[in-house]
Design a protein around this ligand. Structure first.
Ligand code: ARG
Ligand code: ZN
Length: 883
């Protein structure tokens, strides 16, 4: 069944209080719930509707009276009481087999401990409830369980009572002082230990901060704790938002469907986003932890205090909170280049993942109009494009204006469940702006194309930038209306300096102007231009669009050498590279000889050796567009030719830049104690990028360099980079090194056998190697450390192969698709959410060459015909097959 946004109806009943008692037992947890409700006279819904799934109803009393079977209707998903009075007290008893719950939604067991995940609709797997985000209530929770098995009992809010029950069991009573929707409910029970600290807020109030992990992991919690303290301080300083609780807890579990969850006062995290020390975690892991800890913490205001009216509004909290976590990480670096590096990394994710989502069968607006399964809409569009939409307010309204809008948003809506329109209204009203047309960013799917043309008039000394926009059609949306697009532009003169820009009829000058494109086509005339200049368009990536401008190679090299805007500077290098890659793919397909020109090689050399540029920035420029990005630029994409073309560019660059790469390697060593700060991480990134290039044009010395780095590495960043260089270079195809590679892989496994997150890396390295094939992946699935039911492990091997090794996944015999189908079908039984994510690996199937397409379609059809297919998987494959 498809649910539509237009069908929203307010709940028939509001809930004031919820009291819950849990008797924790893995096979049969008993839950008693008392709910006080009152009729919402403004609602068209007259029945009392409760949702419930996969739970056993033991008792149901209304206002003290046991309800007979004929007093309500109970279906697979709902319990409906049709003649309820206006004031209702419901008492419900349910039983849950948490140990059998492999879906990791609702109440489940991981390594003997209990966890919950209630967003989006998991609370209905705990008790019958109006499980929708616009029903906000006060919760009191009593947890009872065996003292030895479950010494720690946690839930939302404050611990108000705890004690012994005499029979080897104990209890803890928790009270959440804030009203919340049911999706923010959480409990954790089990054998856990914590790092804790009293932290003083700006106001002087002291709060208790805790990071809970399994025994043996307390040497990996410091970075999460530091990130939490940084988050608390940042939200106070940047947005004036204070932590509203006396206690804030983070709990890590190795069994988790997503990254983390913002349950009020009790954030539950995938271990991947908590545990780190230099031995086991990379710079990227450290950065991921900082941003996810920030993200979940920031939800306390953007998500929890102000929540979503319905799930179509998901981006209200997610887009905004991603924007906040991106800004947080950018601000923490503390300098402009660092901020730009972070921005470029975020844009790269958006373009690689969201642009392709927007062009595929699952394309949907930031605020979707319909869904079959809401869990399928926790997407890069809702999150990352949603964040870009919030960033456009920031660009249009400025730093102060955006803050005013945020302040008004909280002033109006604290404690409410609201919509994306409410957020837009707050931004507009606080700034006296008309943002009506801006709504189209929420309602229209697809990535807009922005076309630019320029002309210079020597007589009037004016420079005209002509901008036009269009948006490709997407499922259900044939015609698109123009968007309100902020286009940040600058002009660079022949010396590489920014020109002071003055728009015709305006007096202000500045080197960057924010143009507002609102029509299908508009001209912008600059008056004070007196010579030919190079336009720098879409600075800092001011809108999530595809810019089309006919740059010459010389102009791109000029921008790469001089643009004051780091994003456009980086982008110029990417354009130079993409142009060559696309030509080379054609050459590969036609069997022509491959070659690379000096202009490109020299432009990259200049960047590589430029000591004035941050190492982190140089690494970004040196990194070629990914195979996935190249495929997106082609009408019919053949992964094998793409791989060969890209490898050719890497090897050729390695050959020509060998001395400079070696120097960059030596110049960017980071001896001494490991620190994950951006400066050191940037040096490691450039050094390891140089290493990866060096082994592409190998001799015994460069290969030994990698091997030595592996053996002597004092942190995981350097260790895994060396291992990856050895496994992923084309020369890895060379038999000469196959023995060393085997030895090193075996050594790595032994060294880190007890570190699950490192073993995930071990699987991923093998799944993404150019030598990997389906047979090898199947063999790794038989490895004693592999488990399909652990999401991290499944992702580390199967998702990595299907999504990050296109040349091998798309093997001509279709064996990759066979593996994909087998795994989707196996996961569908265990964990529909994870299965649906894997289903998305076929999103772009219509872009493949004919022979692949036929095999992919057959694999999709096989999955679609599977018995007991979950809503989750069914929605994805049905939409894919309709493409
Ligand atoms: N709200 C969480 C976050 O963005 C994500 C939880 C999504 N979970 C799910 N099952 N769909 O941090
Ligand atoms: Zn979130």
């Amino acid at each position: 069944v498809t649910i539509y946004r237009k069908d929203y109806v307010a709940p028939g009943f509001w809930v004031d209080t919820v009291e819950m008692g849990f008797d924790l037992h893995p096979q049969r947890t008993h839950v008693a719930t008392r709910i006080t409700m009152r009729r919402n006279h403004d609602s068209a819904e007259k029945d009392l509707v409760l949702f419930g799934e996969d739970i056993k109803l033991l008792q149901l009393r209304m206002n003290g009276v046991n309800l007979k079977k004929n007093a309500y209707t109970l279906t697979k998903e709902r319990l409906v009481i049709s003649s309820a009075p206006d004031q209702v007290m419901l008492e419900i008893e349910t039983a849950i087999a948490a140990d059998k719950n492999t879906t990791m939604s609702g109440l489940y067991v991981s390594n003997g401990n209990f966890f919950t995940q209630c967003e989006a609709e998991g609370f209905r797997k705990i008790t019958f409830f109006p499980d929708r985000p616009d029903v906000m209530a006060s919760y009191t929770v009593m947890l009872r369980g065996d003292k030895k098995l479950y010494p720690v009992l946690l839930s939302n809010g404050n611990l108000i009572e705890q004690g012994d029950l005499g029979d080897g069991r104990h209890y803890a009573k928790w009270e959440d002082p804030f009203k919340k929707p049911s999706y923010l409910f959480a409990l954790v029970a089990g054998k856990l230990v914590c790092q804790e600290e009293k932290y003083k807020l700006k106001s002087g109030r002291k709060v208790l901060l805790q990071v809970w992990v399994e025994q043996g992991n307390l040497d990996k919690t410091q970075h999460a704790m530091d990130s939490l303290k940084n988050s608390i301080r940042w939200d106070e300083e940047r947005f004036g938002l204070e932590l509203d609780l006396d206690r804030f807890m983070i709990v890590a579990t190795s069994d988790f469907n997503m990254g983390a969850m913002e349950n009020k006062g009790l954030n539950i995290f995938n271990t991947k986003y908590v545990l780190a020390n230099s031995r086991v975690a990379t710079d990227a892991d450290y950065a991921g932890i900082e941003s996810v800890v920030g993200h979940e913490y920031f939800h306390n205001w953007t998500g929890n205090r102000v929540t979503c009216r319905d799930w179509f509004q998901l981006s209200l909290k997610e887009g905004l909170t991603v924007f906040r976590d991106q800004e947080f990480s950018g601000d923490l670096v503390g300098n402009e280049t660092g901020r730009a590096v972070k921005r470029i990394e975020d844009v790269r994710v958006l373009r690689q993942l969201q642009f392709s989502e927007d062009a595929g069968p699952m394309a949907h607006p930031v605020r979707p109009d319909s869904f079959v399964e809401i869990n399928n809409f926790y997407t890069v569009t809702v999150y990352e494009k949603g964040s870009e939409v919030v960033r456009m307010y920031y660009t249009l309204l400025g730093h102060e204006g955006f803050r005013k809008g945020m302040d008004l948003y909280f002033q109006r809506h604290d404690g409410q469940a609201v919509t994306c329109d409410d957020f837009r209204a707050a931004m507009a009203d606080a700034n006296g702006r008309d943002l009506k047309q801006f709504e189209r960013w929420y309602s229209q799917a697809g990535t807009p194309r922005l076309k630019a043309q320029t002309s210079y008039d020597a007589i009037s000394k004016t420079y005209t930038l002509s901008l036009s926009q269009s948006c490709p059609k997407t499922a259900g949306q044939a015609k698109k209306l123009p968007f309100h697009i902020p286009v940040a532009v600058g002009l660079i003169d022949a010396e590489g300096k920014d020109v002071a820009l003055q728009l015709l009829g305006e007096s202000a000058t500045s080197t960057t102007q924010i143009l507002e494109l609102k029509e299908a086509q508009q001209n912008f005339v600059f008056t004070n231009s007196d010579r030919e200049v190079t336009p720098s368009i879409l600075r800092n990536f001011s809108a999530p669009v595809i810019l089309e401008f006919d740059y010459s190679d010389e102009q791109l090299a000029h921008l790469l050498a001089h643009d004051s805007d780091p994003f456009c500077r980086w982008e110029a290098g990417q354009r130079l590279a993409m142009r060559r890659l696309l030509k080379l793919v054609k050459a590969v397909q036609q069997g022509d000889t491959l070659s690379l020109d000096d202009l490109f090689i020299n432009a990259l050399r200049k960047t590589l050796i430029d000591q004035n540029l941050d190492p982190a920035f140089r690494e970004l420029v040196l990194t070629l567009p990914s195979e996935v990005m190249i495929a997106e630029e082609m009408a019919i994409a053949d992964p094998h030719s793409i791989h060969i073309a890209r490898q050719f560019v890497r090897a050729t660059l390695a050959q020509h830049l060998k001395a400079d790469l070696l120097k960059a390697y030596q110049d960017n060593l980071t001896p001494g104690k490991y620190s994950p700060d951006a400066q050191s991480a940037g040096k490691r990134a450039l050094k390891n990028c140089a290493l990866a290039y060096l082994v592409e044009w190998p001799d015994a010395a460069t290969y030994a360099l990698a091997h030595t780095q592996y053996q002597e590495a004092e942190n995981m960043t350097d260790r895994i980079a060396a291992l990856s260089a050895m496994l992923h270079c084309s020369s890895a195809l060379d038999k000469a090194y196959s023995k060393t590679r085997k030895q090193v892989l075996a050594h790595f496994y032994k060294e880190f056998e007890s570190e699950a997150l490192v073993i995930d890396k071990w699987f991923t390295l093998q799944a993404t190697a150019p030598t990997a094939d389906v047979e090898q992946v199947r063999a790794l699935m038989q490895h004693k450390a592999f488990s399909m039911s652990n999401p991290n492990r499944a992702r580390s091997l199967i998702f990595a192969f299907c999504n990050a090794n296109p040349a091998r996944f798309h093997a001509a015999d279709g064996s990759g698709y066979g593996l994909w189908a087998d795994c989707v079908i196996a996961l569908n039984k265990l964990n529909p959410q994870v299965a649906a994510r894997l289903s998305r690996s076929m999103d772009r199937w219509t872009k493949l060459p004919k022979a692949n397409k036929a095999l992919m379609k057959a694999a999709l059809q096989r999955v679609a015909a599977t018995k007991n297919l979950s809503k989750d998987v069914s929605e994805v494959v049905t939409k894919a097959l309709a493409a």
